[in-house]
Design a protein around this ligand. Structure first.
Ligand SMILES: *Cc1c(COP(=O)(O)O)cnc(C)c1O
Ligand SMILES: [Zn+2]
Length: 372
């Protein structure tokens, strides 16, 4: 393993041991090394073990994990469209962010880092806090005041130190960066290791689909770590000849926050409402990897989709009536299917990753559904 980090904007390179979280030019960093998947190397059940040959860990055998099996790919129907949902909310902390945190935190451990700072609206903080607890790393989490209390409780119960910041995500990120001056800023939105973790979902999906790529994947996009991880995995598979064409990556955003579409149109994204929006997990006004997200959508022939709160509630309910309880942010991807109802059919083979567990947001769900 090489381990060198490279800046896609200015080309600067940094050895792994420098533990920098972004380039001196301000851009995010990626890994220089590219991985070549060979399915005969895929052994074991847990994603850290099974995909260790395509992960940037030096000692995958020693990696700490909760030993989960692959999450189910489960058939559902929305708006008459047959869909395979990837039940990633069943991972240990209740969201797909465990995949990213597992690789990022194990990398921190390999690099001898014992204190980290992260900022998040909840799920990545929970994942980082859990893996930090597992590996004995001291985690400081910066969160905006007023986010889902279940997530806040989860983070502090794992033993992470919680810093509640008044204001929005940007204020939160600034406070975290400041605090990271003498610690490691393990920010999932910047961190290249995190993306190599989130890419494991597409390896699982492709194995579950016998390497026959789906036509579409609808993905809720905030900072883009899920979409970019999926794109990274698909690029590796295509280069290795495991797939011949890309699924269209559909970037789903809330009507209250559409930076990907705005960026494509050259427009500025307006301020978010003061109160937390329904799809709180994708309320990211300035994704650090915005241009990379748009590039991934274009490269795969995908599109951006904007969904309303009303459709999110409908999608959430429709899923629950099929026995699947997800948080509103995840339901945005279901809501996006409504707009594609007459454009998609069974031959399109649609996949929707279900990103977060409904139990994380039950009080919010109670409010929006008027349930008792
Ligand atoms: C974080 C999150 C997303 C969005 O993922 P990004 O990596 O920020 O694009 C979607 N759904 C849930 C439940 C999340 O926690
Ligand atoms: Zn640079």
């Amino acid at each position: 393993m090489d381990g060198t980090l490279i800046c896609p904007a200015c080309g600067a390179q940094y050895p792994e041991d420098d533990v920098v979280w972004r380039c001196r030019c301000g851009s995010y960093l990626d890994l220089k090394e590219t991985f070549r998947p060979d399915p005969t190397n895929f052994q074991g059940n847990h994603f850290l073990q099974r995909y260790s040959s395509v992960l940037p860990l030096r000692n995958p055998k020693n990696a700490a994990s909760f030993g989960e099996n692959p999450t189910p790919l489960h058939p559902m129907v929305f708006y008459g469209i047959p869909v395979q949902v990837k039940m990633d909310y069943l991972l240990a902390t209740g969201s797909f962010k465990d995949r990213g945190a597992a690789v990022m935190i194990n990398k921190c451990r390999e690099l001898g880092i014992s204190h980290i700072v992260e900022d998040s609206s909840g799920n990545s903080a929970s994942a980082v806090a859990a893996y930090s607890a597992l590996t004995g790393i001291d985690a400081h989490i910066f969160m905006p005041e007023g986010n889902s209390s279940a997530k806040t409780i989860q983070v502090s119960t794992y033993g992470a130190t919680l810093h509640k910041i008044p204001g929005n995500r940007t204020d939160c990120a600034m406070a975290a960066e400041e605090a990271a001056a003498d610690s490691y800023y393990a920010a999932h939105i910047w961190n290249p290791y995190f993306l190599h973790g989130t890419k494991t979902v597409i390896y699982e999906i492709m194995e579950q689909m016998n390497w026959d790529a789906p036509g579409y994947i609808f993905i809720p996009v905030g900072s883009g770590t899920q979409l970019l991880g999926i794109c990274l995995g698909l690029q590796e598979m295509k280069r290795a000849g495991l797939i011949t064409k890309y699924p269209r990556l559909m970037a789903v955003q809330s009507e209250h926050c559409t930076p990907v579409k705005n960026f494509a149109l050259g427009k500025v994204t307006p301020e978010l409402p003061k109160t937390p929006i329904l799809a709180e997990g994708i309320a990211i006004r300035h994704p650090a990897r915005l241009s990379q997200i748009l590039q991934a959508v274009k490269e795969t022939g995908g599109d951006t989709v904007t969904v309303t709160d009303r459709d999110i509630v409908e999608g959430l309910q429709m899923a629950a009536h099929q026995g699947v309880f997800m948080e509103p942010t995840s339901a945005s991807a279901v809501a996006a299917l409504k707009q594609y109802g007459n454009r998609l059919s069974a031959v399109d083979r649609v996949v929707v990753p279900l990103t977060g567990h409904g139990l994380k947001a039950s009080s919010r769900i109670q409010q929006i559904m008027g349930t008792q």
